[in-house]
Design a binder for this molecule. Structure first.
Ligand SMILES: Nc1ncnc2c1ncn2[C@@H]1O[C@H](COP(=O)(O)OP(=O)(O)OP(=O)(O)O)[C@@H](O)[C@H]1O
Ligand SMILES: O=P(O)(O)OC[C@H]1O[C@](O)(CO)[C@@H](O)[C@@H]1O
Length: 322
């Protein structure tokens, strides 16, 4: 069987571990893995080649994705997905391992349902916002990167007695923001799913801490928060209270870098499991981790609501910052 492997959406540390495992597991079972460059764009452009096991040497510890990735708006159109399926059939690629986030899984779900291409999804996004899995590749690494960066910011915030607003990624999800805030002892966190994310509540919280004697504070802001990103919130606080605050946008620093051990381990387990199932004729599923165990979900589950960060974590940030 010829199995295509691709990475799609934003890159995430751990994707290379999944690619390596898929390629080598395919070889171990006597199948042929093909690497598809630039996600769904590569399927439309037939940008692929056989991927021998040696092509995966020394990639386990590397961030990014050796197959490159892309966002491909054309794939939202049914006739382009039909073109993609025709290209795959012509090349003899019967099944796909798709490593990406919820958008990529929606593409996979449509490709399997409409076009009958066997698809397996592996969660790869630093956002950790997929239903049916406690983990996505890249989240653990990005979280640790953000925490390390904020620990450094804390030193200078404390030295100057300053307020810092630190923006972390998460266009529609506060998962990274809330976990980062709790792990670095932030004074407040703003994130899209928060029940009490008002500007007034933030000001009241910072003021209460000032009265308790706190002279420096760190507010973690998810880029997609309803109040606006860190620049917007910072400008408002400056305008209203004349604060000498600083804004730091961590940006793509969070997406790069060598994957953590957990991201390497889950990338390896999921890559191999995806191929074992495809080789047995199974498609239309994605893999995950639920309560520490490897889980299998139907691809249609990606249409479920996106999970929100546990509510008690946001509350805890507040309680522990006093
Ligand atoms: N509803 C959909 N139907 C078909 N294809 C889709 C759909 N949504 C997204 N895709 C395809 O998946 C690609 C990746 O999606 P998207 O840009 O949302 O990233 P993602 O996989 O969610 O990853 P990340 O979480 O890193 O942003 C899109 O560029 C598009 O090609
Ligand atoms: O690199 P791009 O395409 O600007 O994507 C940024 C987006 O990708 C993500 O990092 C997910 O991979 C989001 O958190 C962020 O909003």
């Amino acid at each position: 069987m010829r199995i295509g492997v691709l990475t799609s959406g934003g890159d995430a540390p751990g994707m290379n571990a999944a690619i390596r495992a898929a390629v080598r597991q395919a070889d171990a079972l006597g199948h042929e893995a093909w690497g598809i460059r630039q996600g769904f764009q590569g399927v439309l452009e037939k940008d692929w080649a056989p991927m021998p096991t040696r092509a995966c040497a020394n990639i386990l510890q590397r961030g990014g994705t050796v197959l490159h990735t892309a966002r491909c708006p054309e794939f939202l159109e049914i006739h382009r997905r039909a073109d993609a399926a025709a290209n795959l059939r012509e090349a003899g690629i019967q099944a796909l391992v798709i490593i990406g986030g919820d958008g990529s899984f929606r593409g996979a779900e449509a490709l399997q349902r409409e076009q009958g291409i066997l698809c397996a999804g592996i969660p790869g996004t630093i956002d950790n916002d997929l239903p049916g899995t406690d983990r996505t590749l890249g989240f653990d690494t990005a979280l640790n990167t953000a925490v390390e960066a904020i620990d450094r910011i804390r030193d200078t915030a404390s030295a100057h007695g300053r307020l810092f607003l630190v923006e972390v990624m998460g266009r529609s999800s506060g998962m990274l923001a809330v976990h980062t805030a709790l792990a670095c002892g932030a004074e407040a966190v703003l994130y899209p799913e928060s029940p009490d994310d008002s500007y007034q509540a933030l000001v009241a919280r910072l003021h209460a801490n000032w009265l308790r004697g706190k002279r420096s504070s760190i507010v973690v802001v998810a880029e997609g928060d309803d109040l606006g990103n860190a620049m917007v919130v910072g400008a408002r606080l400056r305008r209203d209270y004349g604060l000498d605050l600083r804004v730091v946008v961590l940006g793509h620093i969070q997406r790069g870098g060598s994957p953590s051990a957990l991201d390497r381990i889950w990338g390896s387990r999921w890559g191999a499991e995806a191929v074992r199932r495809l080789a047995a004729g199974e498609g239309g599923f994605y893999l995950g981790e639920v309560a520490g165990a490897l889980a299998v979900q139907p691809l249609a589950r990606i249409l479920d609501p996106r999970p929100a960060p546990p509510g008690d974590m946001g509350e805890l940030v507040d309680i522990l910052s006093r």
